[in-house]
Design a binder for this molecule. Sequence first.
Ligand code: ZN
Length: 482
Amino acid sequence: MGEREISGVEEMRYKAVIMHNRRFTSTVRTGLVALLFAACPLVGVAQAAAGAVETGRVDPRIAEALKQVSAERVQQTIEKLVSFGNRSTISPQDEASVKAGKGVAAAHDWIKSEFERYSKECGGCLEVKTDAFIEQPQDRIKTPTQITNVYAVLRGSDPAQSNRIVLVTGHYDSRNSDTFNGTDPAPGANDDGSGTAVSLECARVLSKYKFPATIIFLTVAGEEQGLNGSKHFSAMAKQQGWKIEAVLNNDIVGGDRSPEQDASVVRVFSEGLPNAATDAEVKRIRGLGGESDSSSRELARYIADVGRTYDAGVKPLLIFRLDRFLRGGDHLSFNRQGFAAVRFTEFREDYNHQHQDIRTENGIEYGDLPKFVNYDYIAHVAALNGATLASLASAPAPPANVKMQTKNLENDTTLAWEASPGASVYEVVYRATSAPDWEHVQTVTSGTRATLKVSKDNVIFAVRAVDAAGHRSLPVVPEPER
Ligand SMILES: [Zn+2]
């Protein structure tokens, strides 16, 4: 690095990139383990030595889908969104504005028509819906205001799996320097035209395929006024008992073309202590040393795994923090309802290009304009999102009721769980308590129980289900069983 010091963030980035570039070559060892199992058919409980975790198996269908993600389509979407002038939640929603193609209502009408167009192309495979409600006056909303979330549902093809949901979202509302200005231009090409484009592009590409579990492509409004759209949607999902396994929130994924941008990575933020945890749950997490194992954090690690398996053109850089310093976004609404949710954001934001009136001052151009975003980068982020959604929607459900036996003090660790429909094998993954990501894996080829010669005091364990094609579920950290 020569004459300049590496900053903390950069150091993290380099470590992450090094991690991503690691290729594990323990195929021989895995083969030996398999042989061992084959030789001892009576041993239902896995006791063989674990190997290093390996990169996942590529599903050719998913790899093919990723190739169809188009930077040109992303560009068309963002330019169209910008054409609505000001997409603030408090921009005029009257008929004349909609007819003139201006304001937030014109924007959501267009997003809806776009989802409907994709659906037509796949023989009506998408259910296109809106979640509209009137928000009462509050901090950043002065009069009762209609907020409309628009979404498309790609229903799972397996009736036994279709109640499982994975979801991608971005916010289509925008703002300029003044939160209460609903008329002057607020292009929002990056914030969050980029995230809206990711959700739309995932819908366009993935709707050409069928997946056992359900995928929802969501776009919300009200983010800039106080996360209102996502708050309403996530509360509805909770109230209706939706089984959402993962929420991918894309907000500011435009890859602003500032000189210090790193277009090879996208940050993935995940909460540590769950926002939905009660005091008793926080106490339990503290007792178990589970501060870095929220369901959102496991989702982030899953995205890292997907990033090693598929070449999306951009690598996830995990940031173990809810969001950027003292800031928030729509994933927080889902976290508060107890759902696993993470945020994707470009590596380096340019604050001259977000929440700014369009103007030039002292030679500096301000404003969230299309010319500052990188369409190829957004397409890469869409591909990473698409690969994650497709992998999760193809995988068996995560194992339920994962338990760790703690009746006796012992140095071995015994785990047990319920069978997951469609699972071919299970994998116990574990890592040192100080390690950021899974390091070791032990495959359990029969039964739903495993004893490992590894002390629960020294590592963190989780169990995932894997189908015959190699699709991995989200890993589940065990609960102690006394
Ligand atoms: Zn935003």
